[in-house]
Design a protein around this ligand. Structure first.
Ligand SMILES: [Zn+2]
Length: 345
């Protein structure tokens, strides 16, 4: 594929093509937005809250106040990971930089319970080795919370100086920081659900995005987990993608599960980060789709407004200078808080 085609190709970026129309409609009418985005029990709207009089509030049974400490990731460290991952250069399936990055991820998981899901993908551009890396942090509660993020970059963009700082870099890094936060003393287990971190491979298309040219790693993993019974144990699956943009606006993906999106919003609210969430809504295709199709509660945590009109997405301009440690902190703390709230359910 030539570079100019890669720069302008809409089929290469079907996400925002599919995104555009619903966004436009939503922007036109907040009434439609309210209808299409039903408010959850977990996050009553300001209007609904205001409607409750003082006496009604006193009479209603109240949940005890949640005074738990807020999670705090090391955002500087997460940003440094992003820088180091990006410095490997183009990291498409099977190339030398991809192999170096695999080793880099594994080096950061020494002492953790790590598994591989490796296979060969047969694509329109030939065969590629694909390797999902899974780190398991066991918990006392029966059930699994999965957090995913892809670490590959685009094969068609391999010769344009594309380094995917946000798209591929930020997702790899935030998962490494989650591993730091989830690690408990040797021989001990988490109090809540088991948490599995998955660095997914082959998320990107090798030619033009389609159902068969995309999501190579997660389509394979979803099938595997369906066969071995893992899927039934998954309480929630959250995908991190393009979460480093300094101008952070996490989209509300309508292909995701409503209650889980709402729980993430409630977690963000608890941290005071809610202004960075859900200003726009629309359907997004990402690593959660193969699992969502099989009934797993899923949330795609993604900011698909990367630069004005998403102009940095899948271009050589996806570089570190567009990113901020604060954005990693907002998403990181929110997702860890979501895990804590899931543990309480
Ligand atoms: Zn991408």
């Amino acid at each position: 594929m030539n570079a100019s085609k890669a720069f302008v190709s809409v089929p290469l970026c079907p996400l925002w093509l599919r995104f555009f129309l619903p966004l436009f409609l939503l922007a036109l009418s907040t009434t439609i937005a309210c209808k299409e985005v039903p408010l959850p029990a977990a996050t009553p709207s300001a209007a609904a809250a205001a409607a409750v009089t003082k006496s009604e509030a006193a009479a209603a049974p109240k949940a005890p106040p949640d005074n738990a400490a807020l999670p705090q990731i090391d955002a500087k460290r997460a940003f440094q990971y992003t820088r180091e991952v990006t410095a490997f250069g183009p990291r498409y399936m099977g190339n030398e930089a991809h192999k170096k990055l695999e080793r880099y991820i594994l080096d950061h998981l020494k002492g953790d319970q790590v598994e591989d899901d490796a296979f060969t993908a047969d694509t329109v551009e030939g065969k590629f080795p694909v390797r999902n890396i899974i780190a398991k942090f066991p918990g006392k509660k029966d059930g699994i919370v999965v957090i995913m993020g892809h670490y590959d970059t685009n094969y068609p963009l391999r010769n344009i100086g594309y380094v995917g700082a946000n798209d591929g870099g930020s997702s790899t890094a935030i998962l490494l920081e989650f591993a730091n936060q989830l690690r408990v003393a040797p021989g001990k287990t988490r109090d809540g659900y088991s948490v599995w971190l998955v660095w997914t491979d082959g998320e990107e298309a090798v030619s033009h995005w389609s159902d068969t040219d995309s999501l190579y790693g997660t389509r394979h993993l979803a099938e595997k987990w369906e066969k071995d019974g893992t899927l039934k144990k998954i309480k929630a699956l959250m995908v991190m993608d393009m979460i480093g943009d300094a101008d952070l606006n996490i989209d509300r993906d309508t292909n995701s599960t409503g209650w889980l999106l709402d729980l993430i919003y409630a977690a963000a609210e608890r941290e005071g980060y809610q202004s960075h969430f859900y200003a726009r809504a629309g359907p997004i295709e990402d690593d959660h789709i193969p699992f969502a199709k099989l009934g797993v509660p899923c949330a795609d945590v993604i900011d698909l407004d990367y630069g004005y009109n998403n102009v940095f997405h899948h271009t050589a301009q996806d570089t570190m200078d567009k990113l901020s440690p604060k954005s990693l902190e907002i998403v990181g703390n929110t997702i860890l808080e979501t895990v804590r709230m899931l543990d309480l359910r």
